[in-house]
Design a protein around this ligand. Structure first.
Ligand code: MN
Length: 448
């Protein structure tokens, strides 16, 4: 299938999962407040946003099932396909730019004005208006291989954005460019299909084009077209494209910004992007991701779970499933479900979980009788199957995430909790109580 945002919006409408807001709203806090009240039950499209002619959509996906459905799959199918896609890339198809919708409007040089975008202020202490749902596309100058990621971008003036580049691939490419005294060309694609947002979040090594993962998710190559002012290709079905370059040897204050942990990332001197062109479809739709909503958290969780699952399977064949929990921003806490066959196997599995992402802080391992999506059930396992002196281990001062307010400049402790039934114990003592015939009861038969 082709990754077309408008097709997905139409499908959300068919399922009555998208609320159309006709009343004019301010992009300063009001839009985020309404969107946040509606999620995760509904996404929203704001038809009239003060100061802009462009409608704003938020909450494109609000559950694991809806992300999978956007690609015509069930959630278990998506997990399998995503894991497969990490090692089975589908090269992109470059198409001629002439006549494409994304080239219907082209603004270059002095015509560029970021003020035309309905960029939102989401949270109380945010430093300004932010783009939160732009795919950031760059290229490795040495290999020409694309990299796709999502960063936060603060609107600074008519043609400049601030950016937070965490120490990952975009930053690595910029560090190389800056060392050579050059800017790093970038393109930002706004208003893209959920499959491309999801693909951008894949945890891979540098040198893998995340659009090629997207191609495997979609079952056909992602179509890209060349930019006007930079040597980068962008998805032809995007609504809005910003072209530009990350400037070398320049840092300006960016932030604060309300982030996925539901705390603010602080203001600090950060990268500056100069915008050289804006292209967009006629009557475009702008997408904003309200930070820390399920849309934000789940897009990050699925790729992290798939990557973790790969490593877990290497550590032990007895791993059943993994869940990186929303309360931890879908970053810090993992619950691993395994059918333990050997003493200590749960601990080995937890090592693999920590190795899968620097962000993982606390891991709980549980047996197959625990529902890893139910925090009450996981806590039950910790309450009834853990003795801290033998089941908990702590590694101090490993690498974590700077956005965790308890980290020490990014250094973080790691804790593993083995909440599986010990192999040496009588398993009978650990069984949950259940009422005979409970599952067969239909209350309708008993209530008037
Ligand atoms: Mn990458």
């Amino acid at each position: 299938m082709k990754p077309i945002l408008r097709d997905w919006l139409a499908e959300l409408d068919r399922q009555d999962l998208l609320r159309h807001i006709h009343r004019q709203v301010s992009p300063i806090n009001e839009l985020a407040a309404v969107g946040k009240k509606l999620e995760p039950a509904y996404g929203a499209i704001f038809e009239q946003v003060e100061g802009s002619d462009i409608p704003v959509v938020t909450g494109l996906v609000t559950s694991r099932d809806s992300i999978a459905h956007s690609m015509g799959m069930t959630y278990p199918e998506l997990m399998d396909r995503f894991t497969y896609a990490l090692n089975n890339l589908t090269p992109c198809r470059i198409v001629e730019g002439k006549g494409l919708a994304i080239k219907e409007n082209i603004l270059v040089g002095d015509q560029v004005d970021l003020g035309l975008l309905p960029a939102c202020v989401h949270h109380e202490k945010d430093g300004g208006r932010y783009l939160t749902a732009a795919l950031c596309i760059t290229k490795d100058p040495a290999t020409g291989i694309r990299n796709v990621a999502i960063h936060r971008h603060e609107v600074r003036d008519r043609n400049h954005l601030g950016a937070l580049l965490l120490p990952r691939h975009t930053n690595q490419l910029f560090v190389q460019a800056e060392a050579a005294g050059r800017p790093l060309e970038i393109a930002l694609a706004i208003g893209v299909h959920p499959s491309l947002l999801l693909a951008s979040q894949a945890t891979t090594q540098l040198g893998v084009d995340e659009f090629e993962i997207g191609g495997t998710l979609l079952g056909e190559p992602v179509e890209l077209a060349k930019c006007e002012t930079v040597d980068i290709e962008v998805p032809v079905e995007s609504e809005i494209i910003l072209e530009g370059k990350i400037l070398p040897n320049i840092r300006e204050d960016e932030g604060p910004f309300g982030e996925y942990p539901r705390t603010y990332g602080p203001k600090a001197p950060r990268h500056v992007i100069e915008i050289t062109a804006v292209t967009y479809r006629s009557r475009p739709v702008y997408h904003t991701i309200i930070p820390a909503t399920m849309e934000h958290l789940l897009l990050g969780a699925i790729s992290r779970e798939a990557t973790m699952m790969q490593l877990l399977r290497q550590a032990t064949p007895n791993v059943k499933n993994v869940h990186i929990t929303p309360a931890s921003g879908c970053r810090y806490h993992a619950v691993i479900q395994l059918d333990q066959k050997h003493e200590g196997e749960a601990k080995n599995a937890m090592f693999a979980a920590f190795a899968s992402s620097t962000e993982i802080k606390h891991v709980v391992a549980v047996d197959p009788d625990i529902d890893i999506y139910d925090p009450q059930d996981v806590e039950w396992a910790i309450a009834n199957r853990v003795q801290a002196a033998k089941d908990v281990f702590i590694i101090s001062n490993a690498m974590g995430n700077k956005l965790d307010p308890s980290s020490r400049n990014g250094a973080s402790d790691k804790m593993g909790i083995d909440a599986t039934i010990p192999m040496t114990e009588d398993r009978e003592r650990f069984q949950k109580i259940r009422i005979t015939g409970f599952d067969a009861i239909d209350l309708k038969d008993y209530l008037d």
